[in-house]
Design a protein around this ligand. Structure first.
Ligand code: NCD
Length: 308
């Protein structure tokens, strides 16, 4: 059996059995909840801290629900009111919080590598879970996307998955690629404006296709990404209407994909910019299933890293 994880900062290079174990565990938890269990006592007496240095609604709420449904106590560290806005250094914040005897820290930060920095400097036995660092990794999103795909298409090794939009700034895209690669997906295609593609040596095993009609042709799943303007410095972009006509997902384009192609988006969605409303709300949309799976995946990750 692959060794138990103590932290989860990235999915990069995780062995397939580890990824599969987390997805299987998420499915077991989903089944338990479907049979009416609202609260398990797996983490009774443990304390989990949400430490979010970037705004977040769904990810933070999802982690909080996941921890509570496992019986843990949850504390939210409000950055706006905290000492970091008074200039406190990250590691001082870490050691202060550790002194309060936490079991896990869930961290989101705009700076790439922050979760690993916490892992390196933690003095207690605290587990660190990355909830998104810069454009680098968002491992629980990668897992929940893989779970959503696997649930509909267990034949994952036969699948072609297209990821379209602002790949360059997307930690979701990177973690999706890592999860799907670990599971042996047949082909991953990346599509978007050249200025929003990652450097050529990054994600090098994925196929880059400029034209979205070609990139979506025959795809079994399409993951649309938001333009992450907050992470862009000076990038020339077409206006929103031009962007939508080149890279937006509408019904005409969806018809080019394989029959039953899964339509996915990590949220928040910008209707009419990267995805048409009737596609986001349409029969092939799995967007709300992704949200639902997010809670089960986070329960699975918390129970993995906090298992005694
Ligand atoms: C993503 C993120 O923050 O990286 N959102 C999320 O976790 N639900 C994607 C995004 O912000 O576009």
């Amino acid at each position: 059996m692959s060794p138990r994880l103590r932290h989860l900062t990235t999915l990069e290079n995780l062995p397939r059995p580890t990824v599969e174990r987390l997805l299987d565990r998420a499915e077991q938890l989903r089944d338990a909840c479907a049979h009416g269990t609202r609260k398990l006592d797996v983490l009774t007496g443990r304390t989990v801290l949400n430490l979010f240095f970037e705004p977040s609604t769904r990810t933070r709420t999802s982690f909080e629900l996941a921890a509570r449904r496992l019986g843990a106590d949850v504390v939210n560290f409000e950055i706006g009111f905290s000492s970091t806005s008074k200039g406190e250094e990250l590691l001082d914040t870490l050691h202060t919080l550790e002194a309060m005897h936490l079991d896990a820290i869930i961290v989101r930060h705009k700076q790439t590598g922050t979760p690993d920095q916490l892992v390196r400097h933690a003095m207690s036995g605290v587990s660190v879970i990355n909830a998104g660092d810069g454009n680098r990794a968002h491992p629980t999103q990668g897992l929940l996307d893989a779970l959503t795909i696997r649930q509909h298409r267990p034949d994952i090794e036969n699948l072609t998955v297209t990821i379209c939009g602002d790949v360059r700034h997307s930690r979701v895209a990177r973690s999706d690629v890592h999860a799907l690669t670990a599971l042996g997906v047949k082909e991953i295609r990346l599509c978007g404006p050249a200025s929003l593609m990652p450097a050529a040596d990054e994600l090098a095993h994925c196929h880059r296709i400029d034209d979205f009609d070609q990139a979506i042709a025959g795809a079994d799943a399409v993951i649309m990404l938001r333009l992450q303007k907050e992470r862009m410095e000076t990038i020339e972009l077409p206006d929103e209407a031009a962007y939508f006509s080149l890279y937006g997902l509408d019904q005409r384009r969806l018809a080019l994909a394989a029959k039953g192609c899964l339509v996915m988006h990590p949220g928040p969605i910008n209707r009419g910019i990267e995805i048409a409303s009737d596609v986001a709300d349409g029969a092939q949309s799995r967007i709300l299933e992704q949200v639902a799976n997010g809670v089960f995946v986070r329960m699975a990750v918390l129970s993995e890293v906090l298992a005694r």
